[in-house]
Design a protein around this ligand. Structure first.
Ligand SMILES: [Zn+2]
Length: 398
């Protein structure tokens, strides 16, 4: 199994300067190589290939020993390959008859990752294994950078990347041969309903991973974005507002990931079989629609969905959660089943009666046929579980 591990870096001030220069030079290389390809293509209809650009690297490095020559040859090749991929995608879209935009120059803030394609080549993970207290990664031209390694790395390190997110720096390891770690069977299955007020509600009626902090952060992000829109282009205040928005975006991302990891881990620890709704974009947008109360305000809908931005932030969490859940389930040997979510929220989980009126409020479910009452998400989760188990039985019988 292939898996990646991401750790916060703790660079010294000098190393931050070197990391910044390293990114800037790789960005410059990317843009220069793009310029070369554009000119050749526009003026002569000639396609410049990766091989030619890679061969030129030697001269570029020799001409600029204090600049481009400082960095790893292989990381520079990886940057040229990244451009090559952008062009391959461009030509694929042309071929498909669509009207694609030409690959773009990477401006400030749009080039935040450098990859070293092979551990040991211009970089070394755990470069001071004898150090008693800390982990280090050695990067050519930057030095021994301290890593906040909050968990064990499994498998064999293949590639090492450095990424800038706002003012933080991260190292990302892509590892091969990561062993699966199956958990003991529990004989229990669960259905999960993904919502806005709660990230997940289980068919056992449990709510997992309250997104309160995330919602609060989303509110602040919305405010920061409004603030940004009032600043004048090119002004110093605008630059500061942009940095604030970027930092909040990064914070939202971290909180979302953190919440998703915890929720997925809790589920995988307890259940052998986990049934969830297949994500559909139309479904996602209709689910959390805020209800106007006719007086300019909003009726409570259980959601922190006061603005489109806020809502989209919470929505995006489901995709992240499912991705993480599927990794963890695969690694633990758990079975994950996706079902069509149609009608799961308005069908009675006790008698099967299905009408829209069953859903009395965002949180409340009451069956008009048999009088069954339940938390609406828990009722949906039971339906999801039932649909998943039926799907599984049908697949086994076939
Ligand atoms: Zn009923």
């Amino acid at each position: 199994m292939r898996r990646s591990f991401k750790f916060l870096l703790r660079p010294t001030r000098k190393q931050v300067a070197a990391l910044t220069a390293c990114l800037a030079d790789h960005q410059q290389l990317y843009n220069a190589a793009l310029e070369h390809r554009r000119t050749a293509y526009r003026k002569a209809g000639v396609t410049v290939r990766y091989g030619e650009q890679s061969a030129e690297l030697k001269h570029i490095r020799a001409d600029d020993p204090g600049g481009q020559g400082r960095w790893s040859f292989s990381s520079q090749q990886a940057t040229l390959r990244r451009l090559d991929k952008a062009f391959a995608a461009f030509f694929a879209r042309v071929k498909a008859g669509r009207a694609p935009g030409f690959p773009r120059f990477k401006g400030k803030g749009w080039f935040d990752t450098v990859e070293w394609p092979k551990d040991g080549d211009g970089c070394r993970w755990d470069s001071q294994p004898g150090h008693p207290a800390a982990t280090y990664v050695r990067l050519q031209g930057i030095g021994q950078v301290r890593v906040h390694q909050h968990r064990r790395v499994l498998g064999t390190v293949k590639t090492i990347s450095v990424k800038r997110e706002g003012r933080r720096w991260y190292v990302i390891l892509s590892c091969d041969d990561v062993p699966a770690q199956p958990l003991p069977a529990t004989g229990v299955a669960v259905g999960i309903d993904m919502g806005v007020a709660w990230l997940v509600t289980t068919s056992d009626g449990e709510h997992v991973a309250n997104q309160r902090h995330l919602a609060a952060c989303a509110d602040r992000l919305a405010a920061a974005q409004r603030d940004l829109s009032r600043k004048q282009r090119g002004s110093n205040r605008r630059r500061k507002a942009v940095a604030r928005v970027a930092a909040l975006h990064a914070k939202v991302r971290r909180q979302r990931l953190d919440g998703a990891h915890k929720a997925a881990l809790a589920l995988v620890g307890v259940y052998d079989v986990i049934v969830h709704e297949a994500l559909q974009v139309a479904n996602m947008t209709s689910r959390a629609a805020p209800k106007p109360d006719g007086e300019g305000g909003w009726l409570p809908n259980g959601a922190a969905a006061k603005s489109g931005l806020n809502k989209s932030i919470l929505d995006a969490g489901w995709g992240v959660f499912l991705t993480i859940l599927s990794h963890k389930a695969g690694s633990a040997g758990r079975e994950l089943i996706a079902v069509n979510p149609a009608d799961t929220s308005r069908t009675c989980s006790r008698c099967g009666h299905c009408v829209a009126e069953n859903r009395v409020t965002q949180a409340g479910f009451r069956c008009w046929a048999c009088g069954h009452t339940a938390h609406a998400d828990a009722n949906a989760a039971v339906n999801i579980l039932r649909a998943g188990l039926a799907l599984r039985d049908a697949a086994r019988a076939a």
